[in-house]
Design a protein around this ligand. Structure first.
Ligand code: ADP
Ligand code: MG
Length: 243
């Protein structure tokens, strides 16, 4: 099978106060189906810029990007929008829900765009809310939900049409640590269920929940390694082998 993500030398610069900032610099990266990857680095290291390229929210100045084996770097705006809505689920730091739609209606939205008929839409969205533990909040407005609950609704919405790739940019950045941990546990569940997840974060405790960590500095990859703990786990020992 083709890797899910394969970039070859992608770069992105932004004009900034008379000069040019090279936010993403010659990044070559391969991510397989089912991986749980953290992209880490200090503020300003290019994490969000890289995520915007991987999420087809932005287009690289140069380099190649194949998503699921298909070259997408040069797609038109409309072509990129179609790939985004079908293949990518987004989770940002601030849960951006439609304020005048219920939790359930928010989760249904990607299915509306995909042309799924109403009864199936409702059923699928309910299942997605159930998976994030919010079945009993279906008819609440976003303003009636806590920050952590809103982020769960966002995760339900981002996964409801079973996207190939889940992209999260500082998903716990606006939450307290207990609530943030609950959200990270949900990512682990999604990973166990076979989803491919890329989490962008400056926080070590978030990056350490992933299986692989890619570190950026000045827009370049300076390290790409298994997350601590995840590569060192001994093979399971059968209990009856102990005396
Ligand atoms: P991070 O997410 O790691 O904090 P960013 O990708 O947001 O980093 O930013 C990387 C660099 O690119 C920074 O120097 C930032 O100021 C610059 N940058 C990002 N987006 C833009 C933009 N739209 N216009 C100008 N400069 C930008
Ligand atoms: Mg950022």
């Amino acid at each position: 099978m083709q890797p899910l993500v394969r970039t070859v030398g992608i770069s992105k610069s932004y004009p900034s106060g008379g000069t040019i900032v090279r936010a993403v610099s010659n990044v070559s990266l391969t991510i397989e189906h089912g991986e749980f990857v953290a992209i880490r680095g200090r503020s300003g290291s290019g994490k969000s810029s890289l995520m915007n390229l991987l999420g087809l929210l932005d287009r690289p100045d140069s380099g190649r990007y194949a998503l699921g084996g298909r070259e997408v770097a040069k797609l038109s705006e409309g072509g990129r929008a179609a790939v985004r809505s079908r293949d990518i689920g987004f989770i940002f730091q601030q849960p951006a829900l439609l304020p005048r739609a219920t939790a359930l209606e928010n989760v249904e939205l990607p299915l509306v765009y995909a042309g799924v008929p109403p009864s199936k839409r409702r059923r699928t969205a309910k299942e997605a809310l159930d998976r994030v533990g919010l079945a009993d909040r279906s008819h609440h407005w976003p303003s009636q939900l806590s920050g952590g609950e809103q982020q769960r609704v966002v995760i339900a919405r981002a996964t409801v049409n079973d996207p190939a790739l889940i992209l999260a940019d500082e998903p716990t950045g606006s939450l307290d640590s207990v609530t943030g941990n609950e959200i990270l546990s949900l990512f682990e569940t999604l990973h166990h269920d076979g989803h491919t997840i890329i989490v962008v974060t400056h926080a070590t405790e978030v990056a350490d929940r992933a299986r692989r960590q890619i570190t950026l500095h000045d827009g370049r990859i300076i390290k790409d390694a298994a997350a601590p703990g995840n590569n060192l786990l001994p093979a399971p020992i059968a209990m009856d082998s102990f005396p």
